[in-house]
Write a protein that binds this ligand. Structure first.
Ligand SMILES: O=c1nc[nH]c2c1ncn2[C@H]1C[C@H](O)[C@@H](COP(=O)(O)OP(=O)(O)OP(=O)(O)O)O1
Ligand SMILES: [Mg+2]
Length: 197
């Protein structure tokens, strides 16, 4: 079976990539699966593209093989786009999903439901040694709830209601999330590239 390395240490993301790529009979191998000590890539970029490229290119160089990376986040209109690029560590170090959710809900406490519009963004970077890095972007529109609900998914899923649904992303099955998510919308643009793997 063909393989693709995914430069992530996030288990939730890794599982979603495994599901997407299994449809193409490709095994998505995350950094959590490799029995290799790899350095943590510092996400020092000022855009999602820069951070996705840092992750993909550094790991591709170290392993000398094609690598896909995902830099993603939650953009909330009432917070002028925050947490945005800083989604993973919004409530500080070490990164903690529950603390991030609590901080967002606290900041939105006086904002009515109709003004809680938000979107997830996913920027994928594919680094192939000796070639230019390729980028694809996907979005998922929605709204931030007042009370966290659901146990599926990861990150901000318990407080994000996707457009055209009345439950949170964490209440959806992984199958349904993977049909509508920002990550799916980015990956769908890569089909041609995936077929050449
Ligand atoms: O589908 C999602 N459902 C809920 N939350 C999500 C999602 N997608 C991104 N997010 C949020 C949470 C994560 O903390 C941050 C990404 O930060 P980001 O640096 O790209 O990922 P990360 O540090 O968790 O793993 P890694 O860099 O090893 O891939 O945005
Ligand atoms: Mg990260």
């Amino acid at each position: 079976m063909n393989q693709i390395i995914i430069a992530t240490k996030n288990k939730g993301k890794a599982n979603e990539f495994k599901a997407f790529f299994s449809k193409y009979e490709i095994e998505a191998v995350s950094l959590l699966d490799l029995n290799k000590e790899l350095p943590d890539v510092e996400e020092t970029g000022s855009t999602f593209e820069e951070n996705a490229a840092l992750k993909a290119e550094q790991i591709a160089t170290l392993l000398n093989t094609p690598v896909l990376a995902d830099d993603s986040g939650l953009i909330i209109d009432a917070l002028h786009g925050r947490p945005g690029l800083f989604s993973a560590r919004y409530a500080g170090e070490p990164k903690n999903d529950q603390a991030n959710i609590d901080k967002v809900l606290q900041e939105l406490k006086d904002i009515p439901l109709e003004k809680r519009s938000a979107r997830f963004i996913c920027v994928l970077a594919i680094a192939i040694p000796g070639e230019d890095t390729v980028f694809r972007t996907g979005f998922c529109e929605g709204q931030i709830t007042t009370v966290p609900k659901g146990r599926n998914g990861f990150g901000y899923d318990p407080i994000f209601i996707p457009e055209n649904f009345d439950v949170t992303m964490a209440e959806l099955t992984p199958k349904v999330k993977n049909e509508i998510s920002h990550r799916k919308n980015a990956i769908s643009q890569l089909e041609k590239w995936i077929h050449n793997l």
